[in-house]
Ligand binder design. Structure first.
Ligand SMILES: CC(C)(COP(=O)(O)OP(=O)(O)OC[C@H]1O[C@@H](n2cnc3c(N)ncnc32)[C@H](O)[C@@H]1OP(=O)(O)O)[C@@H](O)C(=O)NCCC(=O)NCCS
Length: 153
């Protein structure tokens, strides 16, 4: 497939990256929203566990917007950024980007805010440890958006 002059290869490292498969679709054949949310939760949970240096649980999803469909074969990349640290909780901004399999075109398909609570061994809220050098590592800026005008739906 020809590459658009506007295409951009994402160079930043996502928290997780996965390929959407036929088993991830809804009855209409598009990728199931619940699968995407689960990938977002996994990515945010990875960032939370890293910052909290231990077990965390999702307590809330404060906002979630689906901007574009994801289709089978898309490379799905999830970017996370801690935007608030409380006593026991972390608010994490999460963005999902798709790249159509045979192109360099990328576009943002979801964004949302996930809240995690650090847990102790009794599953009760645990005070976050002080930030350590390197905790900023998961705070990665996603690539610039390159709009799909001819998404392979
Ligand atoms: C996580 C859990 C232990 C928290 O217990 P809790 O008694 O509700 O916790 P607290 O009221 O002490 O609140 C803990 C933190 O969460 C925050 N919080 C609580 N409810 C919230 C909500 N609805 N939205 C956003 N933040 C919330 C509090 O502000 C507090 O943050 P802070 O310490 O940074 O100020 C409990 O709610 C739980 O087990 N929930 C189920 C988790 C789960 O199964 N998730 C899905 C699988 S991971």
């Amino acid at each position: 497939m020809p590459r658009s002059e506007n295409s951009q290869i994402p160079t930043d490292i996502p928290t997780i990256r996965v390929v959407a498969m036929p088993t991830d679709t809804n009855p209409a054949g598009d990728v199931f929203g619940g699968w995407i949310v689960s990938q977002m939760d996994l990515a945010a949970g990875t960032t939370a566990a890293f910052r909290a240096n231990g077990r965390c649980a999702t307590i809330a999803i404060n906002s979630l917007v689906f901007m574009e469909p994801v289709v089978v074969g898309d490379e799905v990349s999830i970017y996370t950024r801690i935007i608030r640290s409380g006593r026991t909780s972390l608010t994490i901004h999460v963005e999902t980007w798709r790249r159509a399999r045979h192109t360099h075109l990328t576009s943002k398909v979801t964004e949302g805010e996930f809240i995690f609570v650090a847990l102790d061994e009794n599953r009760r809220p645990r005070q976050l440890p002080p930030p350590q050098p390197g905790d900023e590592l998961p705070e990665i800026v996603p690539p610039q958006q390159v709009k799909h005008h001819a998404a392979p739906l």
